[in-house]
Design a protein around this ligand. Structure first.
Ligand code: HEC
Length: 265
């Protein structure tokens, strides 16, 4: 009975660890298909610091990504579900609070205040502004909303084919990752953004930096979730060992008795 129990506990531990690690798998497809178009969509597999069961966000990369977002993407896209103060979060960009305030001021971030019925300067407690271009989707949850996550975003920015198409007065741009034509012109190019830390600012690096930042925006507590999953696996493992030992101990006298009574051959 107890042996069965310990086996069950072991199985539970294995299932739990499977589940905990399976969650990390997104973003490692290498190549997968998106629902966006009917063409076969290509998603490049990048190596991000936050992948794997022990991966974590790279603070410097998040800060570079914030810079790309601010200087390029925010012209059209918003991050309306992300509180600005979370830029100070540990495990995130970890920006000192005074720098967050300076960031707001330097970039003139404003939010709509329904009470004033006007825009006012943002405070750290406000969320990032919403998209300023009506047809540009909000990016707060984009990294979770697309198959491939951060890989999808970095891939999207780097896989324009150069083909354009005009339809009803608007221009559409062909993109392999999108799997068709989309209304966003290539927003980034080599050397477009200048990083203060002198990091490479070619298209591929800048695209990965902003993709990492958007992954953090969509899932700021990824590290905590991973730590919790790991603790759960550890506890279940410990429990199985304890159950196994208890089982042995309880049956030991009975086993010894049975052994004594078996006639020697
Ligand atoms: C000039 C305005 C503009 C800029 C700048 C811009 N975008 Fe876009 N973006 C758009 C529009 C418009 C769409 C909607 C395209 C469509 O659905 O056809 C879009 C769509 C997207 C999508 C969703 C694609 C999909 O799968 O549906 C992502 C992701 C994205 N943009 C990321 C970015 C990032 C990251 C940056 C900054 C590096 C950026 N964009 C800069 C206008 C812009």
């Amino acid at each position: 009975m107890l042996r069965k129990l310990s086996l069950t506990a072991l199985a539970a531990a294995l299932v739990a660890s499977g589940a905990a690690f399976a969650q990390e798998d997104h973003g490692e497809e290498g190549e997968s298909h998106s629902a966006a178009g009917d063409h076969s969509a290509y998603i490049e597999n990048y190596s991000f610091s936050f992948e794997g069961p022990f991966g974590s966000y790279d603070e410097d990369q998040l800060l570079r990504g914030l810079q790309v977002y601010t200087e390029v993407c925010s012209a059209c896209h918003g991050l309306r579900y992300v509180p600005i103060r979370t830029l100070s979060d540990e495990g995130g960009p970890n920006m000192p609070e005074d720098q967050v305030r300076a960031y707001i001021e330097q970039n003139g971030l404003e939010v709509w205040d329904p009470a004033l019925r006007d825009y006012r300067p943002a405070t750290p407690n406000d969320n990032f502004p919403m998209s300023s271009l009506a047809n540009a989707p909000d990016l707060s949850l984009m990294a979770k909303a697309r198959v491939g996550g951060a890989d999808y975003i970095a891939s999207l920015l780097t896989h324009y084919t150069g083909e354009e198409m005009e339809q009803a007065g608007s221009i559409y741009y062909e993109n392999e990752t999108y799997g068709g034509y989309l209304a966003m012109q290539p927003p980034l190019s080599d050397g477009y953004v200048e990083f203060q830390d002198g990091s490479p600012n070619d298209l591929h690096h800048a695209a990965q930096d902003v993709a990492a930042f958007l992954m953090w925006a969509a899932e700021p507590h990824m590290m905590a979730r991973k730590a919790m999953g790991f603790t759960a696996v550890l506890m279940l493992g410990l429990l199985s060992v304890l159950l196994y030992l208890t089982n042995k101990r309880i049956w030991a006298p009975i086993k010894a008795r049975v052994k004594d009574q078996t006639p020697a051959e």
